[in-house]
Design a protein around this ligand. Structure first.
Ligand code: ADP
Ligand code: MG
Length: 220
């Protein structure tokens, strides 16, 4: 069975008399260990698909099964726990808290989880994996943009999630720094993390092992 199986996913926003169909009957299987790029023009449904796969937004119809669990059948608390333990997120706006040090930012996922193993060593381990251990005590404003992206990736990884979801992770980076971040994703993928990345950048998508294209909410 696939690690992630999205079955007949539709997502409709807005009122019934003026609906916006963001996703139209998408079925997609993602295997353990994949590095998948989701591409497509602006407005094609990429972010919506990522939020549905990432346990953040229930589809209007269809099912998402991850590791045998139909995730939107979970209770709201169960879904939040599932998200906190199994999934790591990296967004284009990195959402680093400016007045917390790098290591404190990386420890944030422990705070919001019900399983309180808040652990500086885990955070330092995640920072080591992204090459930022020596800058753990800086504030985000004292890092370059590429280092800030690394810090956001370390935070996504701190609980060793099986699955990392990223939405335009290189969107705010220059091309060289973006390539560095893609090499980091490839290294994480080689260490066994399944990666699902939304991008409309060809260079970034070339780092993935598989690419799918969305158009008008469908897989093209
Ligand atoms: P992409 O990430 O490919 O640019 P999105 O998934 O953000 O596309 O959006 C797909 C479509 O759904 C767009 O037409 C967008 O306007 C619409 N949409 C996305 N989120 C919402 C929302 N919360 N409410 C209403 N419409 C939305
Ligand atoms: Mg988007």
């Amino acid at each position: 069975m696939s690690l992630i199986s999205a079955q007949c996913i539709s997502k409709v926003f807005g009122a019934a008399r003026d609906p916006v169909v963001a996703l139209a009957d998408i079925s997609l299987d993602i295997e353990e260990g994949e590095f998948l790029a989701i591409m497509g023009p602006s407005g094609s449904g990429k972010t919506t698909l990522l939020t549905v796969l990432g346990a953040m937004s229930a589809p209007s119809s269809g099912k998402v099964i991850i590791d045998g669990t139909s995730i939107y059948s979970l209770s709201p608390d169960g879904l939040a726990d599932f998200r906190a333990v199994r999934l790591g997120f990296v967004f284009q706006q990195l959402h680093l808290i400016p007045y917390l040090t790098v290591i404190e930012n990386v420890m944030l996922p422990f705070v919001i989880s019900t399983d309180h193993g808040a652990d500086r060593d885990c955070a330092l381990g995640a920072l080591r994996q992204v090459g930022l251990e020596s800058k753990a005590l800086r504030l985000p404003g004292q890092l370059s943009s590429g280092e800030q992206a690394r810090a956001a990736i370390a935070r996504a990884m701190v609980r060793q999630p099986h699955i990392i979801l990223a939405d335009e992770p290189t969107g705010n980076l220059d091309s060289g720094t973006g390539q560095d971040i893609m090499r980091l994703f490839q290294a994480l993928n080689e260490r066994g993390h399944t990666i699902i990345m939304v991008t409309h950048n060809q260079e970034a998508a070339a780092a993935a092992r598989r690419r799918i294209y969305l158009r008008d909410g469908r897989i093209a």
